[in-house]
Design a protein around this ligand. Structure first.
Ligand code: PLP
Length: 359
């Protein structure tokens, strides 16, 4: 089956097979990773290797901490203002390019005073603003963006520079899909369940000088300082998920690193968008071409009454989870790192055949 789900999403087959081979007895320990103490030497070696491989992949500078947390990216919608603002009256800027950044801005209202400095809502979230469209506030503690909107399929190709404070990015759905200059960000956060592992692991990469200023009422589980001081082992972490992320990081390094991964992702996306654009309007992608996501490709059928049929027939051909998000309808093909080129080629062949039969 080729699984086009937006997340939890397909994982590399070789990674799953490796996990299967180690399931009962991790490297002669006689234990499954699920059964190990998170403070034992075996698990410590797993989490340390996962961190060092992620550091190598993203070339994370030493002045940044890497945290493996729980709670999903949604928890970070609160953790960011709780940790980066001195009080609920602190001003912060949000760019709203889709449902996820909208949710982030709304959650931030509880712990800060966010200003939405740009919103793509009136254009149905089909655009990313250019830098000169942004009216940045002088006194903002940070500028928050969502690097890739999973539902609407818009992706930043370059990043804005905040006027004051730091840039914060939700990278949940394009994390480790391409090289990123981490030094441009104060905080990067991502749920693992799209490109790098199972759900239950949330990765935070944060510049160290931003740690240690959480608002007084911040719960311990949301305080970056607690997790940083304890190397993500303050409480029981999502051990098995972290192990799986570690296997994915190893795999990405073996593939040649994120430059190579990006090249593959560009090729897959190009094939799919060309099929949509070359269909003479039978298929349509609403997103402005220059900001189309390499990860999530939303599209509709001109004859929208055929969409149900399209999804059903595709599933019969073993291409599953192509239904668009309930809030936008249509179709969405998520083509994360682990989606092989063959999956996209098969989808495109199916699309052409479906068009020939229904045009
Ligand atoms: N941000 C983005 C861009 C997402 O795609 C998602 C989930 O799909 C979230 C945040 C929320 O993540 P979680 O379900 O891990 O809380």
């Amino acid at each position: 089956v080729f699984n086009f789900a937006a997340g939890p999403a397909t994982l590399p087959e070789n990674v799953l097979l490796r996990a299967q081979s180690e399931l009962y007895n991790w490297r002669g320990s006689g234990m499954s990773v699920m059964e190990m103490s998170h403070r034992g030497k075996e698990f410590l070696s797993i989490i340390q290797k996962a961190e060092s491989d992620l550091r190598a992949l993203l070339q994370i500078p030493p002045e940044y901490s890497v945290l493996f947390l729980q709670g999903g990216a949604t928890s970070q919608f609160a953790a960011v203002p709780l940790n980066l603002c001195s009080s609920p009256d602190s001003a912060v800027d949000y760019v709203v390019t889709g449902s996820w950044s909208d949710k982030a801005a709304k959650e931030a209202q509880k712990y800060s005073k966010p200003t939405v400095i740009w919103s793509g809502k009136s254009e149905k979230y089909t655009k990313i603003p250019s830098f000169h469209d942004l009216e940045l506030n002088e006194n903002s503690g940070y500028l928050h963006i969502c690097a890739n909107e999973t539902i609407h399929g818009v992706e930043y190709k370059d990043y804005p520079v905040p006027k004051s404070g730091v840039l914060v990015a939700d990278m949940s759905s394009n994390f480790c899909s391409k090289p990123v200059d981490v030094s441009r960000f104060g905080v990067i956060y991502a749920g693992a369940q799209k490109n790098v592992g199972p759900s239950g692991v949330t990765i935070v990469i944060i510049r160290k000088d931003l740690i240690g200023n959480a608002q007084g009422f911040t719960p311990v589980m949301f305080d970056y300082k607690i997790h940083d001081e304890n190397n993500s082992l303050y409480n029981t972490p999502p051990c098995y998920g972290i192990y799986m992320c570690g296997l994915v990081f190893e795999d990405l390094l073996e593939q040649g690193g994120l430059g190579e991964v990006e090249r593959k992702n560009q090729k897959k996306a190009e094939i799919l968008y060309s099929a949509i654009d070359g269909s003479k309007g039978f298929y349509k992608c609403p997103v402005e071409k220059s900001v189309r996501s390499l990860m999530n490709v939303p599209f509709t059928l001109e004859k929208s009454e055929l969409e149900g049929e399209f999804i059903k027939e595709a599933a019969k051909e073993k291409m599953v989870q192509l239904k668009g998000h309930r809030s936008v309808g249509g179709m969405r093909a998520s083509i994360y790192n682990a989606m092989p080129l063959a999956g996209v080629e098969k989808l495109v062949a199916f699309m052409k055949d479906f068009q020939a039969r229904h045009a």
